[in-house]
Design a protein around this ligand. Structure first.
Ligand SMILES: NC(=O)c1ccc[n+]([C@@H]2O[C@H](COP(=O)([O-])OP(=O)(O)OC[C@H]3O[C@@H](n4cnc5c(N)ncnc54)[C@H](O)[C@@H]3O)[C@@H](O)[C@H]2O)c1
Length: 394
């Protein structure tokens, strides 16, 4: 079949097998080797966005064997797989070609079963791990102990929020009104995107004795600036991320006997499946990208994670901690000149001038690339079998 993008709101329901594979290979080609990185890593949420970038940097920068966990859909007759499924397959092929261990477990990372499978696989292959990257982004979580299905809600707190918004498909800038979350919606968001599941993973890994001395774990957060606070940091998602900070402190204490460490890293805003679903964010991203690209300090997922590993997680220099003990990698996004320029453009941006003031093409290209479209060297008119080639190991 000829695979074309089919966009529904903030999701693309098709993915291009050759395009996803080419995008993974392109990211791998940009990683320079570095000597003192992780040797054996578990990456939960490793099939896309920041998790995939972490897996690529660990494997192809530091030569680590990697176990990935993700929730992706295999291809069915006349229906493509999800992008992450093709990414996992391409990652495993490239790792095998380099002689690196790589295996992927596909299924629900929130379940106790998946944690047990990961422990079994680590025991059978890597024996122990020295890095655990927790990079899940999900709208739902079935709680493994209570069976309750929690849903996250992306909503402001307290009062309705009226704000500019960009439809990145049509390029129309208009106003949206976002109703405040109920207490139950806020609690649901904390249950899905907060720190409890990270702690459950750590319980399973430490009880199984698979943590190597000097083990590190990192989970990702976003803080952003005053433009996004009402829908992120001071909203339901921010409450979940505060809970992630709580969990980091609790895990850190438990790891001290092992000489280990647990940190939350504050990352910059990028285009991923998860961030595209957040109102306000596409317009903010489009303005931010235009400003950061002109300032020459723009980074995509891979470049940003590469800097995290090299300058903070595996560096002799002290990491850039903030007062809460988080690793701050969002310094460039939040720098005064960048934020001042984004803030200057925000009130004046409209449908008429968005292509000029903001990087509409850049965010559209990044969005399509997530699904394997618009990648250099791929023939998009060629007939492809959506199920061709080997799938990832699970
Ligand atoms: N995108 C941004 O701008 C941004 C900025 C800062 C921090 N972050 C954080 O980075 C983390 C990763 O986000 P992303 O934007 O890379 O997301 P993403 O949508 O690109 O990737 C999410 C990953 O989670 C996996 N996943 C989802 N539900 C799962 C489940 N039940 N079981 C197993 N795997 C599951 C997916 O398969 C995928 O691998 C999140 O904590 C997010 O808040 C993102």
């Amino acid at each position: 079949m000829i695979v074309k993008p089919r966009i529904r709101g903030f999701i693309c329901t098709t993915a291009h097998p050759a395009g996803c594979a080419a995008s993974v290979r392109e990211q791998i080609s940009r990683v320079e080797p570095f000597p003192d990185g992780p040797r054996r890593a578990l990456v939960v949420g490793g099939s896309g966005g920041y998790g995939l970038a972490s897996r690529i940097v660990a494997a192809f920068g530091a030569g680590a064997g990697t176990l990935g966990v993700s929730f992706e859909k295999a291809p069915r007759r006349n229906k493509t797989a999800t992008a992450g499924w093709y990414n996992n397959a391409a990652f495993e092929d490239a790792a095998a070609a380099r002689g690196l261990y790589a295996r992927t477990l596909d299924g629900d990372a929130y379940s106790d079963e998946m944690k047990a499978r990961a422990v079994d696989e680590i025991r059978a292959s890597l024996e122990q791990i020295d890095l655990f990257v927790y990079s899940l982004a999900s709208p739902v979580r079935q709680h493994p102990r209570t069976g309750v299905l929690h849903r996250s809600a992306i909503k402001p707190l307290g009062e309705a929020f009226h704000v500019k918004s960009l439809n990145q498909d049509t390029g129309v800038v208009d106003e949206v009104s976002l109703e405040p979350a109920t207490d139950a919606e806020t609690a649901g968001t904390v249950a899905v995107m907060g720190g409890e599941d990270w702690e459950f993973w750590m319980d399973a890994l430490s009880e199984a004795g698979v943590l190597a001395p000097g083990f590190k774990t990192v989970a990702f957060t976003y803080i952003g600036s005053e433009l996004t606070w009402p829908i992120y940091w001071e909203a339901t998602l921010g409450k979940a991320k505060e809970d992630l900070d709580r969990a980091a402190g609790a895990i850190r204490q438990r790891l001290s006997g092992l000489g280990g460490d647990a940190r939350v890293a504050v990352l910059k805003a990028v285009v991923t499946q998860a961030s595209s679903a957040i109102p306000v964010v596409p317009l903010y991203l489009a303005l931010l990208f235009r400003v950061m690209k002109s300032a020459g300090n723009h980074e995509d997922c891979l470049a940003h994670i590469d800097r995290l590993f090299r300058t903070a997680l595996y560096s002799d220099a002290p990491p850039p901690f903030d007062e809460a003990g988080r690793i701050r990698m969002d310094d460039r996004e939040l720098s005064e000149p960048v934020q001042a320029e984004v803030n200057r453009r925000w009130p004046v941006v409209s449908t008429d001038n968005v292509a000029e003031l903001a990087d509409l093409d850049g965010i559209r290209d990044d969005f399509l690339r997530i699904f394997g479209f618009g990648v250099d060297g791929v023939d998009y008119d060629a007939d492809v079998d959506p199920a061709a080639g080997r799938g990832p190991s699970e």
